[in-house]
Structures are given as structure tokens and as C-alpha cells.
Design a protein around this ligand. Structure first.
Ligand code: PRP
Ligand code: ADE
Length: 179
């Protein structure tokens, strides 16, 4: 059953060579989002993993913007709240920010200073881990809030870019891996 769901998810990821820049093979999740069975299979797999691995945590925090497609749905399934980690300049009030480089650019992530209290446990989620720059910046933001990153979750991991090494010591769980 898990295997069937995994195949459904993997089968709905589409490849675009040389997007958004030459040499990048873009993994497009639009077909996954359009197929309710594949979309819910992905959420089922993430939910099962989190339930089995992490009995107690406080929030799911999603990374702007594709982490917002999966994080809130997963948080609802797990009965926890959802926290926004946004690209810079989008959040009102006191914020913390961290700049980073990603597979095809440079950016800055931000979180509201009161989003998570010191000592609270957070699971981070995004659609994809490439170089890991984005996820590492999110981990650094959580450290600024003195929150504990329990795990980093992604649907897709581009293994050859070694993003898992960059986000160490925080653990990573991915549904689909590409070598
Ligand atoms: C993509 C993707 C991840 C990040 C991964 O987001 O959704 O967040 O890149 O790359 P990295 O591991 O090399 O940091 P992008 O910055 O393109 O923004 P988007 O989610 O708003 O499309
Ligand atoms: N974000 C960073 N690298 C990516 C890729 N190869 N495909 C889709 N999203 C990405």
C-alpha cells in the first residue's frame, strides 16, 4: 500500500530540462497537485512518517512558497498549527531573517519573532531539497527563535547536490530521491 502510494507520487513529477536556467533539470509538481489521488497519497506518506517518527512536536513550518502547498494540509492531518517561513519583506511585525543561496539564485527568508516560543519543537517542510541552502536558512531562523528543529521534510530530494550534508546535524526525510 505504501509502495502503491509512493509510485503514484513519483509518477506525477514531471521533468523540464534547462529551467529556469541552463543545466538545471526542473522537477515540476504541478501534475501531482492536479491529481487528488496522488496529492493525498503524498500527504498520507508524510503523515505516516511523522506519526511513526515524532510522537510529540508543536508546529509544522512551511517554506515559501511551495512548502505552503503541503505544510498546511499535513498540519491539519496531524492536529498541529502551521507556521509561515516567508521570503523577505512579506511579514509584518518583528521578524528574524537569514540570507542564503539556492540552486539557481540568492534570497532571504524571514519568520515572525513570536512565531515559535523558545524550546518548542518544529518540523520544517518544503517541496524539494536541492543544494539545501533554503532549508538550512530555515533551520538557522528556528535557531534564532531558540526553537528545536525535529526534522526537515521534503517530497523531493536531489541527492547529487548533497543538500542533506548542508543541513546537518538536522535530520532529513524525503519521499522521492533523484540521483
Ligand atoms: C525552490 C524549492 C525550494 C528551493 C530548493 O524554491 O521550492 O524551496 O528552491 O533549493 P535549494 O535546496 O538549492 O535551496 P524557490 O526558491 O525556487 O521558490 P518558490 O518555492 O517560491 O518557487
Ligand atoms: N528548486 C531548486 N532546484 C529545483 C529543481 N531542480 N526543480 C524544482 N525546484 C527546484
Amino acid at each position: 500500500e505504501q509502495e502503491r502510494k509512493w509510485a503514484l507520487v513519483r509518477g506525477r513529477i514531471r521533468d523540464f530540462p534547462d529551467f529556469p536556467s541552463p543545466g538545471v533539470l526542473f522537477r515540476d509538481i504541478a501534475p501531482l497537485l492536479k491529481d487528488p489521488l496522488a496529492f493525498s497519497a503524498a500527504i498520507d506518506l508524510l503523515e505516516a512518517h511523522v506519526r511513526a517518527s515524532h510522537p510529540k512536536f508543536d508546529y509544522i513550518a512551511g517554506l515559501d512558497s511551495r512548502g505552503f502547498l503541503f505544510g498546511p494540509v499535513l498540519a491539519q492531518r496531524l492536529g498541529v498549527g502551521f507556521v509561515l517561513i516567508r521570503k523577505k519583506g512579506k511579514l509584518p511585525g518583528l521578524t528574524e531573517s537569514v540570507s542564503y543561496t539556492l540552486e539557481y539564485g540568492q534570497a532571504e527568508l524571514e519568520v515572525q519573532s513570536d512565531a515559535v516560543r523558545p524550546g518548542q519543537k518544529v518540523i520544517l517542510i518544503d517541496d524539494l531539497l536541492a543544494t539545501g541552502g533554503t532549508m538550512r536558512a530555515a533551520c538557522q531562523l528556528m535557531r534564532k527563535l531558540e526553537a528545536e528543529v525535529v526534522e526537515c521534510l521534503v517530497l523531493i530530494e536531489l541527492k547529487f547536490l548533497k543538500g542533506a550534508d548542508l543541513i546537518k546535524p538536522f535530520p532529513l526525510h524525503s519521499l522521492v530521491q533523484y540521483e
